[in-house]
Ligand binder design. Structure first.
Ligand code: HAM
Length: 420
């Protein structure tokens, strides 16, 4: 039997309303903050991702879906959106059209990770990227936006963690200090962390090994070695979050898995989704536009995983919309009136009622059973004796009351039955 690729998932009709619910709230909140939607191709030249995310990161070194197309170009299914958005920003000279671009997206991403609950190979993110301003107000806004969306979706058990990685020069100086501290402990570190020591020493903070965690506990902290500018801006971000009453903790070990960050970084984690607890993450990436060949400019953004959010909502037992019910089911009593029956249903649909009819030549009893199954609010019995006088029967399924009404009053009477 043919099956979906390992680590990918179908969203079946019974679950689609949850997705629409999330996407509707996301769009509403982004729009209220005046963010504009952007869509980019799902694949790009491989170099775009390796240059921006970083050759030594897990994403680039182990997880990308990369292949040669028929023209021998190395292409990659996007593992994230920031690089693509920045590419589009440079390619279309968006900075010339507007000095500040506030953009959002809802899109699928691809990473060849080991699938588990909350971790897929094709997954979906919503996110935002703001290009064109160094203001820490926007660092705070990005966190506020992410937090507001998660709260509006109904999540309760979430924690905001923030950190500052400083500017490149202060981070480089700190890395030397960290390496000096780690050198005498090298032989005690896990194999993975020993590898990271050479290539990406900050990521040792992400190690899950108990021993590594103990060693990193006493390590010098990046936050104590920040440059003055980053320190001041980080304070402004914290002040705004406090003023907005967003609870947060400063986590100096929050390093993120992508290389492009500078200054503010953050994650929002859930206490309800096990090991894959990060619901969203982001931060400032001021050097990225220049790195990808654009005129130097500023950037800050975040992305959130939709599958993990839905999982967290389910684990928190938050009521999510199920399949919405039907307004009207039209039961055909007389098969000779098929044309009239169909026209009647179409007319109701044109009036924005959600309508279902019988396409399977079922008996009246079977049609009624189907109407019940679909949780219909109103059933119309079409084509009985009263049809000779251009009348139909409508039945309110909540009250079981039934009345005969003229055909042309159907819309009005159905509205009344629906309580609208
Ligand atoms: P990221 O931390 O790699 O950041 O991913 C953001 C979110 O995507 C994660 O917090 C998680 O919820 C979700 N996610 C990541 N991988 C998977 C997976 N395999 N399965 C399910 N969900 C996953 C970025 O992608 C950055 N582009 C965020 C950003 C935007 N930074 C600045 N602007």
């Amino acid at each position: 039997m043919l099956k979906a690729i390992y680590g990918t998932k179908d969203v079946l009709p019974k679950d689609i309303e949850k997705w629409n619910y999330v996407e509707d709230i996301v769009k509403k909140i982004f729009t209220s903050f005046n963010y504009k939607e952007i869509r980019t191709p799902i694949f790009e030249e491989t170099g775009l991702f390796s240059r921006s995310i970083g050759e030594e990161t897990d994403i680039v070194s182990k997880e990308m879906y990369t292949f040669f197309d028929r023209g021998e170009t190395s292409v990659t299914l996007r593992p994230e959106m920031t690089a693509s958005v920045v590419r589009a920003f440079i390619e279309h000279s968006l900075a010339n059209q507007s000095s500040l671009n506030k953009l959002f997206y809802i899109a699928s991403m691809f990473r060849q990770e080991r699938p588990q609950a909350g971790r897929l190979r094709q997954f979906h993110q919503f996110g935002a990227e703001v290009l064109g301003s160094a203001s820490p107000l926007l660092d705070a806004e990005i966190i506020i936006l992410a937090y507001t969306i998660l709260k509006s979706l109904g999540l309760k058990d979430i924690t905001v963690k923030i950190n500052s990685l400083g500017i490149t020069s202060s981070r480089k100086a700190y890395i030397e200090i960290l390496k000096e501290y780690l050198e005498p402990h090298l032989h005690e570190l896990s194999e993975d962390s020993r590898k990271r020591f050479e290539k990406n020493v900050l990521r040792i903070f992400d190690s899950k090994s108990e021993n590594d965690i103990q060693i990193m506990k006493d390590a010098p902290k990046l936050i104590d070695h920040l440059d003055d500018e980053s320190k001041q801006e980080f304070q402004i971000v914290q002040n705004i979050l406090q003023a907005e009453q967003i609870p947060f903790i400063v986590d100096s070990s929050l390093v993120r898995g992508l290389d492009y960050y500078s200054k503010t970084t953050f994650e929002i984690v859930s206490g309800k989704v096990g090991s894959q607890s990060a619901l969203c993450g982001g931060g400032r990436y001021d050097g990225l536009i220049e790195l990808l060949g654009g005129t130097p400019n500023y950037g800050v953004g975040f992305a959130a995983g939709i599958e993990r959010i839905i999982l967290a909502l389910q684990n928190e037992k938050t009521e999510l919309p199920g399949n919405s019910v039907l307004d009207v089911y039209v039961v055909l009593l007389n098969k000779e009136l098929l044309n009239e029956y169909y026209l009647f249903a179409t007319a109701l649909r044109k009036n924005n009622f959600k309508v279902e009819i019988d396409y399977l030549s079922r008996s009246v009893k079977a049609q009624m059973r189907e109407a019940n199954k679909l949780q219909t609010k109103v059933v119309v019995l079409f084509g009985g004796d009263e049809f000779a006088e251009n009348k139909i029967v409508i039945k309110n399924m909540d009250t079981s009351s039934q009345q005969v009404i003229p055909l042309e009053e159907a819309g009005k009477e159905i509205l009344l039955s629906l309580g609208a």
